[in-house]
Write a protein that binds this ligand. Structure first.
Ligand code: GNR
Ligand code: NI
Length: 169
């Protein structure tokens, strides 16, 4: 059991663009297992490798009510985007802040599984929101990039203060 450290905004490492996964060996499987543990423990509905300072195109998620439908997406691509829907988002890398974000309502995704086998599927609702949120992380993008710079700067200042207080206490 290994819990990974989650980077917090405004850590510049969160702006790193992730590279494609090419090695589907034991090391990757260990990282995936540790990311699931970290996500469930947090708890969160998704976690991108970027957030744990591993800059490869990998994300894990579980949007099920019972937290028993783990999904792992490797080298994911959005093939189709349809419609628009706004919903409240949070992020483990922006703890304690929630804002409305507009995303595509329906998406078609091409991805590889942990063995490297390609598959395609459609997603909607919370699953579609989560996939788009996690794929943004792989591009160094955060949900706070969609809100006003005034709000974003307030969040930045508060998180920097919280970090300083943590380091003191
Ligand atoms: O746990 C999470 N909840 C969430 C809620 C609404 C929209 C997106 C998310 S993802 C987030 C976990 C996270 O930060 N993943 O990167
Ligand atoms: Ni996030």
């Amino acid at each position: 059991m290994t819990l990974l450290n989650i980077l917090h905004f405004p850590d510049p490492k969160l702006r790193t663009i992730a590279k494609p996964v090419t090695d589907f060996g034991r090391e990757l499987k260990q990282l995936i297992a540790n990311m699931f543990e970290t996500m469930y423990e947090a708890p969160g509905i998704g976690l991108a490798a970027t957030q744990v300072d591993r800059h490869i195109r990998l994300l894990v998620m579980d949007v099920s009510e019972d937290r028993n439908k783990p999904q792992c997406l490797i080298n994911p691509e959005l093939l189709e985007l349809d419609g628009e829907e706004e919903s409240e988002e949070g992020c483990l890398s922006v703890p304690g802040f929630y804002e409305m974000v507009k995303r595509a309502e329906n998406i078609r995704v091409r991805t590889q599984d942990e063995m490297g086998v390609p598959r395609e599927f459609d997603a909607e609702g919370m699953e579609a929101v989560c996939i788009q949120h996690e794929m943004d992380h792989l591009e160094g993008k955060l949900f706070v990039d969609y809100i006003s710079s005034l709000k974003r700067d307030r969040i930045r200042t508060k998180l920097i203060k919280m970090k300083k207080n943590d380091e003191l206490g």
